[in-house]
Write a protein that binds this ligand. Structure first.
Ligand SMILES: [Zn+2]
Ligand SMILES: [Zn+2]
Length: 211
């Protein structure tokens, strides 16, 4: 804690303040001062603006984004190419790399291609991994409602059985939740499950886009 100084006269009190010249960064528009730390210039710059500087090309990007749209695409493409390539079995769910579009069967994928102007060669898909369900712990669940001695509460027998029943049930449920893994899907294997007329963008799709 800050140590307070004993003051006995008005002169002593006046001597408690001194004038300083402050160096640092301020917003050139509203004047708000941002200090003189490593990040001050950046904070002052973004005070009254809503764009950022792209770390790669130095162009302007969306607020709080490290890269402009073009550089972001390059980075995503580069990161995708670095993943191990595997073939799709036509069954394991897929998802768009760094996206939230999931495909659970070839039909879903065909519907997507049909509705979007994107050639199959440009699709960046990764194999999904099953999300394990969490283990249910009765003690944790009832944490705020059980008397705690030595940080441990011995569950009565019936509750232990209930806990086991829930966990057995969860195990039996299997996986119903997936997330994008780190293996990319080969286009060659996608083509085995997708009708050839959807491999490329059709004239109908292009016409639809232009309207
Ligand atoms: Zn400002
Ligand atoms: Zn850029």
């Amino acid at each position: 804690m800050k140590k307070l100084i004993e003051i006995s006269t008005l002169d002593d009190l006046k001597a408690c303040a001194k004038k300083v010249n402050v160096d640092g960064w301020a917003c050139a528009h509203c004047g708000l001062f941002y200090g003189n730390t490593e990040d001050s210039e950046m904070h002052a710059r973004y005070c009254c603006t809503r764009v950022s500087e792209c770390h790669t090309c130095g162009g302007l990007s969306q607020p709080h984004r490290a890269y402009c749209d073009a550089c972001e695409l390059d980075h995503v493409h580069e990161a995708f190419q670095q993943l191990e390539e595997v073939d799709w079995d036509g069954q394991t769910p897929l998802c768009i790399f760094r996206g939230d579009e999931y495909f659970f069967d070839p039909e879903g994928l065909e519907l997507f291609l049909d509705g979007h102007c994107i050639p199959i060669d440009d699709l960046r898909l990764v194999i999904c991994k099953p999300q394990e369900l969490p283990v249910f712990e009765m003690n944790e669940y009832l944490e705020d409602y059980t008397p705690l001695e030595d940080d441990f509460f011995e569950l009565p027998k019936g509750w232990q059985e209930a806990e086991k029943a829930v966990n057995d049930y969860l195990k039996k449920c299997g996986h119903f939740c997936w997330y994008g893994g780190n293996k990319r899907v080969s286009t060659k294997s996608l083509k085995e499950y997708v009708s050839e007329h959807l491999w490329d963008v059709s004239d109908d799709q292009l016409d639809g886009e232009e309207k």
